[in-house]
Write a protein that binds this ligand. Structure first.
Ligand code: G3H
Length: 530
């Protein structure tokens, strides 16, 4: 099931040489070593050989280039004196508006690369692009709103205060492969709009799709505000962190990467963290749940984008009184899902990580060795780049599948008798992002919501877990996140409250009045952004 089929004209791709990078406002040509980028989707090359499709090459940068980008970002911030951090908010917003207009021109190219590079189906690839554009526009509006709230003086205890939010400094921004455009930009865009400067390295998969945007970044922002590098984290991110110059580590990915990068930073308290990390979101299915609705939500919750979402439902707790019926109907629904190429827009598509099918196989074997079975007929069918979703039951604590974030097409099911069983498991888990609760009786649901809201950060009632809509807070407890993202919260996460204070004396009042009337300060301003 992994083989290529006849490619429609619209997704034909010539190997893409990404040999440019952006540092200090210059698009530079990379002359060093390169890495080939492959899609896990098979095709036959001109020599008649069938295998993973070569999509192009990217630079394999050395530490020296990473430090050059760091220097550029540091100089652009320039100890708070840089053009960008001191610019009027309205001017920064104009740069962002220019960027998003240019970005829109690359929709088709980026969507095609999303399908090839990370095997995301066509509708979800378009959704990822369009959602990102909306996110940028919404962020611009949210910042105007925030700025308007700060456009005033307060007076308390005989002290005038002009309170705004200021940037933090230099941001290192690293995104994940499952949303290589959207989630990376959900970090990068609020980071720079608030006046920070950034170094950004795309994820391992979903990297070529950033190349079409290099020029838009270069043309839209002053030199050094956005610096874009390609290569291995070890050679790029590690030395950047070791410099001690980074003020914010913005990362969506695994907590192990976040921890090892933090460990490299010599000034731990200087470093702010904006992290979206792994999760093991449970679905709890109560005896009176509407099973049609529950099964449909659990299918999308566990298997959208083959389960490669941090918000995916990664373990299902089903009450023992309905577990047999749930398992039968859920397994049938899984087996009915269509697998195909991303451009065929099937629900199931190949897995972009070459090692993932092997990993899922390991989880299946381990679960079987500890007493679980694959319930669905097609579960565990393997190919070079795919594993058909396996519904595993009964799962217990001895299994790796119980503990590990599978991030792929395998669904563990546990039957419970007392509601304390899933609650205890959640309380002792190292993760705490979201939960889905399926049921109807409010006498049962109400106290559960009260407890669950203290264990996770979003309780989804009869609905799959998800991040969106992006105006809602996206965060997690324990190892699942640090700080909060949303259109509004991200602006706060990448900035800090800072203010000008002055005792109410005739002398100070006269100075403040002159300041306000002069337009000499971009910070002290009561200008209203419309
Ligand atoms: O990988 C984690 C993403 O934030 C999930 O976002 O719920 O919109 O798919 P989503």
């Amino acid at each position: 099931m992994q083989k290529e089929n006849k490619l429609p004209e619209s997704i034909q791709l010539n190997p893409y040489t990404c040999d440019m990078y952006l540092v200090n406002g210059q698009l530079k040509k990379w002359k060093g070593a390169t890495t080939e980028v492959y899609s896990s989707i098979y095709s036959t090359n001109s020599a008649g050989k069938t295998g993973p499709t070569l999509l192009g090459t990217i630079p394999d940068m050395e530490t020296e280039t990473a430090l050059e980008a760091l220097e550029a970002a540091k100089n652009a911030f320039h100890r708070g004196q840089g053009l960008w951090p001191t610019m009027k908010v309205g001017e920064r917003l104009k740069c962002m508006e220019a960027f998003v207009e240019k970005m829109k021109a690359h929709r088709e190219e980026i969507v095609t690369l999303l399908m090839w590079e990370i095997c995301k189906n066509k509708s979800d690839s378009y959704k990822e692009f369009d959602r990102t554009i909306d996110y940028i526009y919404d962020t611009i509006e949210a910042y105007k709103n925030l700025d308007r709230k700060g456009a005033k003086f307060e007076k308390e205890g005989g002290v005038y205060a002009h309170i705004r939010r200021g940037p933090l400094g230099v941001v290192l921004c690293l995104g994940p492969y499952n949303y290589p455009l959207n989630e990376t930009f959900c970090l990068l865009i609020p980071a720079i709009i608030m006046g920070n400067t950034a170094i950004f390295k795309p994820a391992k998969h979903g990297v070529l799709l950033i190349a079409p945007l290099l020029q838009a970044f270069q043309e839209s922002f002053p030199p050094g505000v956005v610096n874009i590098l390609f290569g291995r984290g070890r050679k790029i991110a590690t030395p950047i962190m070791q410099s001690g110059v980074i003020d914010v580590l913005a990362l969506i990915g695994h907590s192990s990467s976040a921890v090892s990068l933090q460990d490299e930073h010599p000034n731990k308290n200087r470093l702010r963290l904006v992290l979206g990390l792994e999760a093991k979101n449970p679905g709890i299915i109560l005896p009176d749940a509407d099973l049609d609705l529950t099964i449909s939500e659990c299918i999308s919750g566990t298997l959208s984008y083959n389960g490669q979402r941090c918000t995916a439902l990664k373990i299902l707790y089903v009450h023992e009184s309905i577990v047999d019926e749930f398992n039968r109907r859920f397994s049938d629904a899984v087996d009915a899902l269509k697998f195909g190429m991303p451009w065929e827009d099937t629900f199931l598509t190949p897995l972009p990580e070459p090692s993932k099918p092997g990993y899922i196989k390991e989880l299946i074997e381990d679960a079987k060795a500890h007493g679980a079975k694959i319930l669905n007929g097609r579960g565990g069918e393997m190919s070079e780049n795919y594993c058909f979703p396996a519904v595993m039951y009964p799962v217990n604590e001895a299994m790796r599948l119980y503990h590990e974030e599978q991030f792929g097409p395998i669904i563990p099911i546990i039957s419970y008798r007392e509601i304390d069983e899933p609650l205890d498991a959640m309380a002792s888990s190292n993760y705490g992002q979201q939960v889905s609760l399926f049921g109807r009786d409010i006498k049962k649901i109400a106290p559960l919501i009260d407890t669950l809201a203290n264990l996770v950060c979003r309780v989804n009632l009869n609905s799959a877990c998800q991040r969106g809509p992006d105006v809602y807070p996206f965060t997690g407890r324990k190892n699942s996140a640090v700080s909060t993202l949303s259109v509004y919260d991200a602006l706060r996460s990448f900035s800090i409250r800072t203010f000008v204070a002055s005792k109410d004396t005739p002398y100070n009042k006269e100075i403040l009045e002159r300041l306000l009337n002069s337009d000499d300060s971009n910070f002290v301003s009561t200008e209203y952004l419309l």
